[in-house]
Each structure stands twice: as C-alpha cells, then as structure tokens.
Write a protein that binds this ligand. Structure first.
Ligand code: GLU
Ligand code: ZN
Length: 284
C-alpha cells in the first residue's frame, strides 16, 4: 500500500510551493488507495512556532487535504534520533567537530586561484579538520556537532547504494558512487550541537517510522536524498521511492521561499479564492 507524507517546517506560512508538494503527495496516496501522513518538522526550536503549525493545519484543511492518523512532531521524537545516533556512534562512523562556520571557511580558503571549494547539499564540503584517524571511543559527546565520516561510511556499505527516482528531472535509477559521495557531500553534520539532531537524520528515522513508501518533495532536495539513502543503508532502514517535483516560481523565475508572504495560502484564503483555484495556479 502506498504511504506518502507532507513534512513542513513550522517556520513560516505555507505558500504555493508547499501547496503543490502537499497536493501531489495527497493525490498520489488517494489515487492508489493509500495513506497520506503529516509530519511537522520542528527540530529547530529557535525558529519553529506553534502559531505556524496551527496555520499549516488550517491551510491544509482549507485545501481539502485530509491526512491519515495522528500528526507526527519531530520535537517529540528526540529519543528515536538519539538511538540512531548511538548506533552510528557505536559503529565508529561519527566524530565530534568543534569547528565554527568561520573555521571551515578559513580552512577552505583556496591556496590556488580559480575553483572554489566544492558545494554540497549543506554548503561547502567539510575539509575534515576534526576527522580522527581512528574512530573515537567512549560515550557519545553531546556538546559538539557530530559528523558522519563519509569515507568510512561508504566503505562500510559495500555495493554502492542507489534509489529509484520518478520525478520529471532525473527519472530512473540514481546510483551513489562512494568517491562522489566523499567529494560532493563529505562529512555532513548529523547532530547539531544546538539541536541534538539534524534535518537529514530526523527525516530518515521518521520516514521509516511512518512507513513511507513514496517521498514527494521539491527538486531542491534532490541532492540531499543521496545523504538520506546512505543513512537508510547504514541504519538498515528501507529506501522509499522518490519523486522530486519542479519548484513553483514567481513571475521573475525565482523560487518561492517561506518569507514569500505574497503567495501565502492564508492570503488567498482571506481573499476568498476558492481552493480548486490553487490547484490551477500551481499547474494542476
Ligand atoms: N521540512 C522540509 C521543508 O519544509 C521538507 C522535508 C522533506 O520533504 O523531506 O522543506
Ligand atoms: Zn571540525
């Protein structure tokens, strides 16, 4: 049975881009007789607000997108993220990092002219300053970022992981080559010092917990999916099918951001725009 989800962060109002994502996931589940789940991604306690969550639920109801089962909230799932981190720590795949953004920028300041540092899904690829020669032992530290040792992780996995993509831009089987993962993703942070987890770790643990079979989300997350598939393999979790959809853009061709209040669903709602009109506006 198909199980899809919509996983907004309650850090601002939903706009047309979110509506498109939610409608696609909802319709995919409903046409297949499956389930559509809702997950609130509120691990960033500094930016997440209950008011935004309340508005998201109202907007979804207004759009006619009813979800199945209880709403999952990431802020209530720290125990599960810690269990996953413990497991990765115990197998020697994580290490603590105390670098600031500035330290990283300085370590990357190119000695040679021309090509800048490689950019990964989370910004510049980490130069490896804190990476130990042998895996750290002892209890998992809680006062530093924890990074994934990508070289060690890929070596652990054996045959290169891959995922199946059905979105318009990259449809097909997407392999994740170990050398490319090290060069283009690198040692990403899996537990942020200030959060105790990260988007990547939480999304992987939760998609498994909600038994999601089809992940529908924006094309902007396509590169991040490689990280998620690597984590699924490391944690023995199933890999869903992925569908990365086109991004909704404004008249200037710029993709919408959370702060694009001008296209907030609540404003269309307040103006009396009928919900089916939103489907038309996003090209459905
Ligand atoms: N919470 C993420 C966002 O609002 C989406 C996560 C996902 O679909 O994997 O952009
Ligand atoms: Zn470091």
């Amino acid at each position: 049975m198909i199980r899809t989800r919509f996983a907004p962060s309650p850090t601002g109002p939903l706009h047309l881009g979110h509506a498109y994502s939610a409608i696609l996931a909802h319709d995919m589940a409903r046409t297949g007789g499956g389930a559509f789940l809702l997950r609130i991604e509120d691990i960033d306690r500094a930016r997440a607000r209950p008011e935004w969550e309340a508005l998201i639920l109202e907007d979804l109801a207004w759009l006619g997108l009813a979800w199945d089962g209880p709403v999952m909230r990431q802020s209530e799932r720290m125990d599960s993220y810690e269990a996953a981190l413990d497991r990765l720590w115990d197998t020697g795949l994580l290490y603590p990092c105390t670098c600031s953004r500035r330290d990283i920028a300085e370590a990357l300041a190119a000695p040679q002219e021309g090509a800048g540092p490689a950019m990964g899904p989370d910004g510049p690829v980490y130069p490896g300053t804190c990476r130990p020669a042998t895996p750290p032992t002892g209890p998992r530290p809680e006062t530093a970022h924890l990074r994934l040792d990508m070289g060690r992780a890929m070596a652990r996995l054996g045959p290169a992981p891959w995922f199946e993509e059905t979105g318009p831009a990259h449809a097909g089987r997407i392999p994740i080559d170990p050398a490319t993962a090290c060069a283009e993703i690198g040692d990403i942070v899996l537990a942020r010092r200030d959060m105790g987890t990260s988007y990547h770790l939480s999304v992987v643990v939760d998609d498994a917990e909600q038994r999601i079979t089809h992940v529908t989300r924006g094309e902007d997350l396509f590169e991040a999916t490689r990280i998620h598939v690597i984590l699924q393999r490391l944690l023995d979790l199933p890999t869903p099918l992925y569908h990365h959809h086109r991004l909704i853009r404004d008249e200037q061709g710029k993709r919408l951001a959370k702060r694009d209040d001008a296209r907030a669903i609540r404003l269309y709602r307040a103006e009396g725009v009928p919900p089916p009109e939103i489907r038309r506006m996003v090209g459905l």
